[in-house]
Design a protein. Structure first.
Length: 275
């Protein structure tokens, strides 16, 4: 059985305030700002089974996460659920994915006026193995502090995540590698590949040419990379709600189609698609 999606990460670097404000304007409910013991900050967009993490760096401190600082701005993380990070590391090592040592960390969470400590343990594949972004696995010790019901309802009606678009110039290498990371099979047709995960989420791999054909001028910048995360697709029963909200947000490029909406966020080099 394949891994299940836990969340995707948008690296905001030092633009967290602007990114959080924009996501709120698009009709997402954001969790209060979190402060990781590792030195990063975050806001989450929570759904029933998965979430989007806005991950960034605080200003005015010497404790800065090097892995974030050295990562590109925008869609930058694909995270699978792990029931046991240490066992997952052993599995990844056996699969030849060169995992790093598991890392434990935490962040305070206030619910109903009471402060709790959300705790996590993650294991990452080796840097450079996936040029598009960081691929890792997250074990939640306290999931009830993350999947808190009041944070899971959104004014725009979005219900969850359904697809991550990965652009690659070498699907022959990247297709099997992502499949191995997901413990799933890859279905390749020409320059495209699809990896279906348990729970209904899928990873779609496509060539740069196919990506430009699909998204045209809304495509994110590759910044010289041969592979990058090109878009995240949401399950949105009423994309019109998002379009109405996006019309009031500055610095966006919006394109509506039949039953879909695409929103380009240039300052984050990120493309959001709603179906």
């Amino acid at each position: 059985m394949s891994f299940v999606l836990d969340h995707v990460v948008i690296n905001t670097l030092f633009d967290m305030d602007r990114a959080a404000s924009l996501m709120s304007q698009l009709g997402f409910t954001l969790t209060p700002r979190g402060y990781h013991s590792l030195g990063s900050i975050n806001h989450l967009v929570m759904f029933e089974h998965d979430y989007v993490e806005l991950l960034g760096l605080p200003s005015g401190t010497d404790k800065v996460r090097k892995d974030l600082l050295e990562s590109p701005r925008g869609l930058n993380g694909l995270v699978f659920k792990a029931s046991d990070a240490d066992a997952t590391q052993r599995m990844l090592r056996e699969a030849g994915l060169a995992p790093l040592e598991p890392q434990s960390f935490s962040r305070p969470v206030v619910i109903d006026g009471v402060e709790h400590l959300a705790r996590f343990r993650t294991v990452r594949t080796a840097p450079g193995l996936f040029e598009a972004g960081r691929v890792y696995y997250c074990q939640h010790y306290t999931p009830e502090l993350v999947w808190h019901r009041p944070w899971m309802s959104h004014p725009n009606g979005v219900r969850g995540l359904r697809e991550l678009v990965v652009v690659t110039s070498n699907i022959e290498v990247d297709g099997p590698r992502y499949a191995k990371a997901a413990q799933a099979s890859v279905e390749v047709q020409g320059d495209d590949g699809t990896i279906a995960l348990s729970g209904g989420f899928r990873i779609t791999l496509m060539s740069p040419a196919r990506y430009r054909e699909r998204y045209d001028d809304l495509s994110v910048a590759d910044d010289g990379r041969q592979s990058f995360f090109g878009a995240i697709v949401f399950d949105a029963p009423k994309p019109q709600r998002v379009r109405d909200l996006a019309s009031t947000a500055p610095d966006l490029r919006v394109e509506a189609g039949r039953g879909s909406l695409r929103v380009s966020v240039p300052f984050l080099n990120t493309l959001l698609e709603f179906h």
